[in-house]
Structure formats: C-alpha cells, structure tokens
Write a protein that binds this ligand. Structure first.
Ligand SMILES: [Zn+2]
Ligand SMILES: [Zn+2]
Length: 424
C-alpha cells in the first residue's frame, strides 16, 4: 500500500528578477519592482512529498535521514544566500518560486523518492513541481467576506442555522499550470494573475450577499454552498486565465479552516474537505523487539511510557454536486462518521492500548493514517460519496497522506504481516 509522506523545511534567501542582456528600462518593464537593486528576501517554506510502500517498521522512510538529505542537498546550501548566484541553474533561468521548486526537485530526486515539491514564497503564493519537464503550477491565495444562506431549497429542519442569512471570511486559492520560460523561469506574470482574480472574483463577491447581489445565484435556484460557489468562480476565471497563457487547474475555496472544497473544472465533480483534531498518546516500538533495537529504529519515539501529539486530520471526499442541495456530500452525516469512527475512539487516548488494531501494529503516523482511511471508507460509501484521501498531520514538519484508491481489502492483514515478518 502506497503512502505519501511530507517533510517541511525552511530557508531564508534573497533573489532579484534581472536579466543582464536587457537594459534597466526593459528590466523594469518586464519585472516591475522585482527588478529593483539589490533584490528582495523571503522566508521560504518547502514541503517535500515522497511516496512509497510502508516498510516492516510501519514507515515509508526514516525521517531523520530524510531531514538530513534535504538539508545537505538543498536548504543548507540555499539558506542565507543570494539565489541568483548560489547555483549555476539560476544563472541560466531566474530563481522564481516555480524554478527554485524545479531545481530542488532535480537535486533531491537522485536521493529521495520525491513525488512533489511545494515551495511557498510567502503564505499567499507558492509553486508546485512534479517532475514534468518545464511544467509547474502556481497558486495565489486571496480573501473575500460575504453573506449567504442555504435557502430556499434546504429545510431549516435539516440544515438549521445555515438557512438563516449569515457570513464567512472566505479564503480562495487559485492554481494555474503552465510551462516555465527558460530564461525568466516564470509560467505567468503573478501581478497579472492577481489582477484577474481581483477583477473577476473579489470585486464581485467581497462584501456582498451572495443570494441577493450575485445574479447567477439571485436569478436561479442554485444554492450558494461552498461547492456551487467554487464551481461558479472556476467558470468566471477559466477564460481570463487562459488569456494569460496558462490553464486554470484548480479553485480551492475555504468557508473556514474546518471546511473547504476543491473544484478542478470537471462538471459537477467536487472534492469536499473537512478538518478536525484529536489529541492522543502513542509509543513507537514493536513488542517483539528489544528496547535497544526499538530505540535504534524509532529513536526517542520508543521511550517506554509513550508521548503524545495534537493530530490534525483532513478528510477529502469525492462527490457530485446535488442539483437541489448544492452539496457534494451530506456534511452532517460525514461529520458524524468521523466523530464515531475516529474522534470518539482516539481522542485523549493511548493508541497502543486503547485501539485494538495498534496492539499489533506500531502506531506510526503512516499506520494511523492507513487505519483511519480503512475505517472511514465504507461508512462514507454508505453515505453515497467516495473517500478520496486522508491527510494526517502529526507535527508542523511531518504529515502523511493516503489515497483511498491505493487501499485494498487485504491491506489490514498486510500491515500486521509486515510486523510479524520484522519479528522473525
Ligand atoms: Zn455558511
Ligand atoms: Zn510521536
């Protein structure tokens, strides 16, 4: 069974968008304030995603090895540097966020099973690279505040307070993909992209009542759920973004930190997300191995009385938007399933002792994620939707993801077997 692990790293560096073959005026015209001497600095945040099968110890890779490789091969060299000069790759192609992500991929890929590099220049703008030549994606995050009510289609009996007019601070993430220019390192002019989002979405939605003020919703029976708003925003952005020479690949709309929707422009298909937290203790040690051996494998995590985390869980469900309710999945039903299957049995518990599955299986983040996805899959199916992915964040530096399509019926047995093998 495949599992994706994500490791965070950070570095601070400066860069300048300046091509020596152009005049000062031409540079200023092309890059605006980014061409200014001596450049600008950022606190970059890097997420390296790696994929693999779980080993006999319940891990994809030893995280301490991963941490050192990322530092030696990438962040240690970039930290406190002037990016334009630090690596020869940036002489050829400017160190834009998307190009830095690409070069980090190229330098790390001989050492780690990378599937994605995500690089945040700041919390409102980041690039992702997945090893596809010059193709990369860029995401910008923006905000609007708006009122809505999930009526008249929905009954107050079932949907309660949401049928009253209320409001949210919506967060919007717009992702575009395209080919990097081999000299400027850009897939798109970020300033032009921001302007498109401002003109076509923020201007319309910010400080509005969506049901009354936006004709698309006012003149129809379309309920302004997060699903329907995302879909409409995607429709609004499609053509102006195409005119910038890139493709809109995703709209992600957050109603709150606990609820958001991803829409990829595919008919009525949406990816609905809820997030929740639980606090639990665990100990990483296989019962059949000596303390010394366990400490060798799991480090401090093998200490005999255990330790704990605030786990953050994100559940992604794939569904079709219902034309009447405007929802991809019954939110109340989904929350109830997560509460019954995950929160109740795990929150404020000692996983090794309180969850019978972990009596035999070491509760690494990977195995916990695997257990949760396996537990949620069939109740969500009974709700008429499909579990797509779960993400479990154990600490700001470490998280893992399981795609439900990678699970199979025999997975639970396989995980137990791995440990039996390890003990031989
Ligand atoms: Zn609402
Ligand atoms: Zn731990």
């Amino acid at each position: 069974m495949e599992c994706i692990i994500n490791r965070r790293a950070q570095f601070s560096a400066t860069h300048r968008y300046w091509l020596p073959e152009l005049s000062e005026t031409e540079n200023l015209e092309k890059f605006g304030p980014f061409s200014k001497f001596p450049g600008q600095g950022h606190n970059y945040v890097l997420f390296i995603s790696m994929s693999g099968e779980l080993d006999e110890y319940g891990m994809v890779l030893n995280l301490s090895d991963v941490k050192h490789t990322i530092k030696n091969e990438a962040t240690g060299q970039l930290d406190f540097s002037y990016l334009n000069d630090v690596w020869p790759e940036f002489k050829q192609t400017l160190p834009t966020t998307e190009n830095i992500a690409k070069v980090i991929w190229e330098r790390l890929t001989p050492h780690l099973p990378i599937v994605k590099v995500q690089l945040l220049e700041h919390p409102q703008m980041w690039a992702e690279y997945q090893g596809e030549g010059k193709k990369a994606s860029l995401t910008i995050r923006s905000h609007f505040s708006a009122a809505h009510r999930l009526a008249p289609n929905l009954s107050a009996e079932k949907y309660g307070k949401c049928t009253r007019t209320h409001g949210h601070n919506y967060h919007l993430e717009v992702t575009v993909e395209g080919e990097m220019d081999s000299r400027t390192g850009m897939i798109v002019d970020v300033r032009a992209l921001k302007k498109v989002v401002e003109d076509h979405v923020l201007e319309l939605f910010d400080h509005s009542c969506i049901n009354e003020d936006i004709p698309y919703f006012a003149e129809s029976q379309i309920v302004p759920t997060t699903e329907n708003i995302s879909r409409y925003i995607s429709d609004l952005l499609q053509s102006p973004i195409q005119k910038l020479g890139v493709k809109l690949s995703q709209v992600k709309l957050f109603e709150s930190d606990q609820l958001w929707v991803e829409y990829k422009g595919n008919g009525s298909e949406t990816f609905f997300n809820v997030a929740t937290d639980f606090s639990a203790a665990h100990r990483l040690a296989h019962p059949d191995l000596s303390l010394e051996k366990n400490k060798q494998i799991y480090g401090k995590c093998a200490r005999i009385n255990g330790h704990g985390h605030n786990y953050h869980l994100e559940v992604t469900v794939k569904g079709e938007i219902d034309p009447v309710t405007g929802m991809g999945v019954d939110l109340g039903g989904l929350n109830q399933i997560i509460k019954n299957s995950v929160i109740e049995p795990m929150d404020h518990g000692f996983l090794n002792k309180d969850v019978s599955f972990f009596a035999q299986v070491v509760p690494t983040a990977e195995n916990i994620a695997f257990y949760i996805s396996n537990t949620l899959r069939s109740p969500i199916q009974q709700l008429g939707a499909e579990l797509y992915k779960i993400k479990l964040v154990e600490s700001p530096n470490n998280s893992c993801e399981i795609y439900a399509a990678d699970l199979d019926q025999t997975s639970v047995n396989a995980a137990v077997k791995q440990l039996e093998l390890a003990a031989v």
